[in-house]
Design a protein around this ligand. Structure first.
Ligand code: SF4
Length: 496
């Protein structure tokens, strides 16, 4: 009962804020060069809301008389998958890849774009996307066209939208079914205006099994649970996420038929859009109204019980799994040049049916086809010239390029690798440049989060780090806080 009252009060409050913002907007427009970001999506969704901004990059916003507004001088490209870099005048373009799969022909296009418009560097993300850095604003339309010319899209790769559909079980036997599902979700939610301008990002991951725990860090995590005649079934987990307040997703419904997955996710996204304050993830909504109320609200949505007609036709997956023929190129910090990506595309065309996969470990993986000798393929892959990562170590761009970064992550990772002994090299590591936890440090054996900047004796500001260790909890937990880099390296030496 208390929850119902609070929801009604919240809706009333939102209407009040809307009216105030409209009024304020009229007067500001006459006097100031600002526009209040007044979300259009709620008229499309037919739900009341007062979303004033939709993601965590607040650098483009300012507050005037209590209202959050966006400067007209700053263009918001996030729904096109573009973030401003830390360096003024430069932009990062993220490219969505369903389940991380990319044909060599598309990889060549990404390499060419990075060389022509950027500085020839590409970053692989832990969510199976590619990022092209160092783009100029005037080149962004041409970049978008060049991506479209090979069938790639970046729509919704950033901002309050359904992000790229991820999969970290690309080597598993069940991957073809999961890749098909990922493609279906990617097609349905990408550029769908009903699911853009959400309160914040909305992440979906599809896995063949629960072993990697990545289904627990998504807004919606799907785990293939079996088959019922021709129909695949999935366990659907909801409201997970990492960041400053990690929260594992909970099992929303077991054994959901594949024909109900899209309408059920639509229902959850609508409840999320209607009841969540701007800038908050689904996990915040579930925490504030509790699981039962969340389930009740979802059940009220007409699409919650909808079953789409059975999908007939051929599988849509590209990767054929045949035996244990998976190989991967480890790439330090997920950074490679356009030329290196082209070398890997050449390898894919020779040995792997022209198909490549960006993995959750920031590698490029391949399935060597049955007609090729794996030993020969392995020798060919080892001849590719790229910076092989000596340990399993996920690293985000940090302050090298990201506006949120508190530390120069690639340099910090090098220092940590230098301090490691043989025992450390057998562990999995992840370093994030801020609390956003893009490298999923809570899922590594040893996770490191750049947690703050602190002034040292000379008055210089330097990063401090939290250390997380995997244990019996679902996620690794913080064992040390606010370490200097020297202190962090000492801890690494203790691991051996
Ligand atoms: S974790 Fe890294 S990439 Fe993600 S927002 Fe922070 S600094 Fe940027």
């Amino acid at each position: 009962m208390r929850t119902k009252i609070s929801l009604r009060a919240s809706v009333k409050f939102q209407f009040t804020v809307n009216a105030m913002v409209l009024q304020a907007n009229k007067s500001f427009e006459r006097t100031l060069p600002f526009t209040i970001l007044f979300s259009e999506y709620h008229s499309r969704l037919d739900v009341p809301s007062a979303h004033v901004y939709s993601d965590c990059d607040l650098n483009q916003y300012t507050t005037v008389k209590g209202f959050t507004i966006m400067s007209n001088t700053v263009k918001d490209y996030r729904l096109d998958g573009i973030y401003r870099q830390r360096q003024d005048g430069f932009f990062m373009q993220r490219v969505k890849l369903a389940a991380g799969v990319i044909p060599a022909v598309q990889a060549r296009a990404v390499a060419a774009i990075s060389t022509r418009f950027g500085r020839g560097t590409i970053h692989l993300t832990t969510r199976g996307s590619m990022e092209i850095h160092w783009l100029k604003e005037t080149d962004l339309p041409e970049v978008k066209r060049a991506l479209a010319s090979v069938g790639l899209t970046s729509r919704g790769a950033c901002g309050g939208a359904v992000r790229g559909i991820t999969c970290s079980s690309q080597g598993a036997v069940g991957f073809p079914a999961v890749e098909t599902m990922a493609r279906r979700l990617h097609r349905h939610f990408t550029a769908n205006p009903r699911f853009e301008r959400l309160p914040k990002k909305f992440k979906i991951g599809v896995e063949t099994n629960a072993a990697g725990r990545r289904h627990l860090i998504q807004d919606i995590g799907l785990v293939l649970s079996g088959y019922d005649e021709e129909c695949a079934r999935y366990d659907l987990f909801a409201a997970g996420g990492l960041g400053r307040e990690p929260q594992p997703g909970f099992l929303f419904e077991a054994g959901v038929s594949e024909n109900r997955i899209i309408p059920l996710i639509e229902a959850i996204a609508r409840v999320y859009a209607a009841h969540t304050p701007a800038g908050k993830r689904l996990k915040h909504l579930v925490r504030s109204i509790d699981e039962n109320e969340f389930r009740r609200l979802v059940a009220l949505e007409p699409s919650a019980a909808e079953e789409l007609p059975e999908v007939s036709g051929l599988q849509e997956n590209l990767i054929q799994i045949s035996g244990n023929r998976r190989m991967s190129a480890r790439i330090y910090a997920g950074c490679l040049t356009g030329d290196q990506l082209i070398e890997l595309a050449d390898f894919a065309e020779l040995f792997a049916d022209g198909l490549m996969m960006v993995t959750a470990e920031q590698e490029i993986a391949f399935h060597v086809t049955a007609s090729h000798n794996p030993a020969e393929a392995s020798a060919a892959l080892s001849r590719c010239a790229f910076n092989a990562n000596p340990v399993s170590f996920r690293v985000c761009p940090g302050s090298h390029e990201c506006r949120m970064g508190l530390s120069a992550t690639r340099n910090v990772a090098q220092a940590i690798i230098g301090a490691m002994g043989p025992a450390g090299r057998t562990k999995s590591w992840a370093l994030s440049g801020c609390h956003n936890s893009c490298t999923q440090p809570q899922l590594a054996d040893i996770g490191i989060v750049s947690s703050s900047l602190a002034k040292d004796d000379s008055g210089e500001r330097s990063p401090r780090f939290d250390l997380l260790l995997a244990g019996s909890d679902v996620f690794g937990t913080v064992t040390e806080r606010s370490l200097t880099l020297d202190e962090l390296c000492s801890k690494v030496r203790e691991i051996g």
